[in-house]
Design a protein around this ligand. Structure first.
Ligand code: NAD
Length: 227
């Protein structure tokens, strides 16, 4: 594995999708405990479904930006030596052409079965109490990893970090674990670690190189120069 890239909300910011913690953060109008925890979901399923329904149906209003396209182009060059891990639940990486992408926090355009978590299926439109799992007929829920739930694909991601020569993290504030710990893990396994962000912390001991600036500007140049 030559390169593992982790992306966060910052890569989609210039596409118009709000980040988690910035001004006008995505969660500003809703409390995290209401729409991003299992407890909130079981308290008021309709409210939580509506929150994700509105995000899902709004996706076509946003377009991938130059950073998403640059990563897709780099993947074409590196093939199986490349893995993209995203914390984002939007579909902008896929719409830019990325194929080897793992949505560790789930995806808006998928639902899963409430009875069997391995029943995951693609979904467009609005989920209701009547939406049923196509595999077994049980009720469904958004395929989103909420606070307190275990992120997806952890085995695959840790294995890739163990073998990769380079790890880069783009547009993520590095506060949501376990993703925030990937740079430390990669460094421990001897990878070279690069941070690309609007603002970088040059004191970070787990990072070797820093590229400060907007994702749409720094990511394409970094991708083109990647050997
Ligand atoms: P975050 O909001 O905590 O951090 C965003 C980071 O992006 C910050 O470090 C900021 O400096 C940086 N940033 C902002 N604009 C940028 C730009 N134009 N170019 C480069 N960097 C920029 O986001 P996070 O670390 O991804 O964690 C938030 C969680 O919320 C994730 O788990 C994610 O699942 C979820 N989320 C997803 C989306 C989405 O799917 N687009 C949006 C918001 C939140």
């Amino acid at each position: 594995m030559k390169l593992v890239v982790l992306t966060g909300a910052g890569i989609s910011a210039e596409s118009g999708l709000r980040t988690f913690r910035g001004n006008n953060g995505l969660w500003e109008n809703e409390k995290i405990e209401d729409v991003a925890t299992p407890e909130g979901y079981y308290r008021d399923k309709a409210r939580v479904r509506n929150f994700y329904n509105s995000l899902r149906v709004g996706l076509p209003n946003y377009k991938p930006n130059a950073a998403h396209f640059a990563l897709a182009k780099l993947e074409e060059r590196l093939g199986d030596d490349f893995l993209l891990v995203t914390q984002n639940v939007d579909d902008l990486h896929e719409r830019a052409g990325s194929k080897r992408v793992l949505h560790m926090h789930g995806a808006l355009k998928q639902l899963r079965c409430e009875a069997n978590e391995s029943h995951v299926f693609n979904f467009d439109g609005e989920e209701t109490a009547e939406t049923k799992c196509p595999f077994c007929g049980a009720p469904t829920r958004p395929h989103i990893v909420w606070f307190g739930e275990i992120p997806l694909y952890m085995d695959k991601i840790e294995n890739a970090l163990l073998h990769t020569k380079e790890f880069a993290y783009i547009g993520t504030s590095s506060v949501v674990y376990p993703a925030a710990g990937f740079k430390q893990l990669a460094k421990h396994y001897k990878a070279h670690v690069t941070c690309l962000n609007l603002e970088v912390d040059r004191e970070d001991r787990n990072t070797d190189a820093f590229l400060e600036g907007k994702a749409s500007e720094v990511v394409p140049t970094w991708c083109e120069n990647f050997k």
